[in-house]
Design a protein around this ligand. Structure first.
Ligand code: GDP
Ligand code: MN
Length: 379
């Protein structure tokens, strides 16, 4: 789950990481008022869930409240990489002597979070990694041993050389790493980490991604969610307790269990097509969930066929079949539907589906091929 910079910087601030003062606004008038309150030069920043806002014209300095209002007018409503700007951050502008990068990301190859720093901050770190990998310093974090002050100092020495700056930076890095663990993050990032001409170290940008799997122990995250920044289908799926990820292909998939869903998607790819989504209806087989799943998939106009792959254990095949029956009645889909189900109450399920001329495929392999054939015909 992604949150906005204005939210991340508040969390940074509570964790003792210095950020410039500032507030979020949704109108240019509000931006002007905040700029007046802060006084001096401010920076107006688009709040959207993508990086590279600076390059896209979504970050502007304003010397007066009037200028703040002008920039705010331009930035609000602007589209940055397909996302419309509805909120802006108005913050005290910081004088920059140098820009560095500090972040903690999950390294899947190492199967650990890794602390990454670079003296070449401000620009996209991926570019630095490609062009001058020697400018990046990495430290894998041990999930069992706590982060040690000497590690923070060593990393700070890698990017700075003034004692006063190193002192502040090691403290900041230790706080950032602790925040990463305590808040169940998948990413925390400061780019740029700024040193001012008078040697203060300040986080001028703030980025946090939370681990969705830890949602249950952070009920407060719900208030940080920005519905504008999520796909309608994903919001609908969450409300119906479905695990859903939209993908770019043409084969809609309704599966029970994440493992079976992954295997189904693998098979779709193996036979030369692309899945339109990952969707796990979960363990229970409430027919309402099946209907919600179909509704969500049918809204995606690239879908050319819908494939059900159900392994009945706790999930009862007949409940799923009833869901399919009801969904067809309610939603009147025009794309072909193919079904493979096996396990608990399979026989009843087959009977229900045969009544509506929906034969159950003999195997997972067969159903995937069928779905792809029909999708090609429909295209
Ligand atoms: P991003 O492009 O989405 O990562 O947005 P950032 O918040 O990182 O801002 C992009 C760039 O704008 C930074 O690297 C800075 O060079 C500049 N910038 C942002 N805030 C300030 C500020 O307070 N003062 C100054 N002088 N420049 C700023
Ligand atoms: Mn940035």
């Amino acid at each position: 789950m992604k949150i906005h910079e204005y939210q991340s910087r508040e969390i940074f601030s509570s964790a003792g990481i210095p950020v410039p003062q500032g507030r979020v606004a949704t109108t240019a008038i509000e931006a002007r008022a905040i700029a007046t309150e802060i006084g001096g030069t401010v920076v107006i920043k688009a709040q959207v869930h993508v990086g590279g806002r600076g390059k896209a014209g979504g970050v502007k300095l304003a010397r007066t409240p009037a200028e703040a209002e002008q920039h705010a007018t331009k930035i609000l409503g602007m589209s940055i990489r397909g996302l419309t700007v509805r909120r802006i951050l108005v913050a005290e502008a910081v004088q920059i002597a140098s820009e560095a990068y500090v972040g903690v990301v999950v390294d899947r190859a190492l199967r650990r979070p890794v602390l990454i720093v670079s003296a070449a901050g401000g620009v996209e770190i991926e570019d630095v990694a490609k062009r001058s990998p020697e400018k990046i310093v990495k430290l894998p974090l041990d999930p069992l041993l706590s982060f040690q002050p000497f590690q923070a100092r060593r990393i700070a020495y890698a990017i700075y050389d003034t004692p006063e700056v190193i002192h502040q930076t090691s403290d900041l890095i230790a706080r950032l790493v602790n925040l990463f663990w305590e808040q169940d993050c998948t990413l925390v990032e400061i780019n740029p980490l700024v040193v001012t001409p008078d040697d203060r170290v300040i986080a001028v940008d703030a980025k946090i991604n939370f681990d969705d799997n830890a949602l249950w122990r952070h009920p407060d995250w719900e208030t940080l969610r920005d519905p504008d920044s999520e796909l309608d289908s994903e919001v609908d799926a969450r409300a119906n307790d479905l695990s859903f990820v939209k993908l770019e292909g043409t084969i809609g998939c309704v599966v029970n269990g994440a493992g079976l869903a992954m295997a189904t998607m693998d098979l779709v790819k193996r036979y030369g097509a692309e899945p339109a989504n990952f969707l796990d209806i979960g363990g229970s087989s409430n027919p309402r969930k099946v209907i919600a799943a179909m509704r969500i998939i049918l809204k995606d106009h690239s879908v050319r066929a819908i494939l059900f792959n159900i392994f009945g254990g706790i999930t009862r095949c007949d409940d799923v079949a009833r869901g399919i029956l009801q969904a067809i009645k309610e939603l009147k889909p025009t794309v072909p539907i193919v079904v493979r189900l096996t396990g608990t109450n399979e026989r009843e399920a087959r009977r229900i589906l045969e009544d509506i001329h929906l034969p159950v495929a003999a195997s997972m392999d067969a159903v995937v091929r069928q779905a792809i054939e029909l999708a090609v015909k429909a295209a």
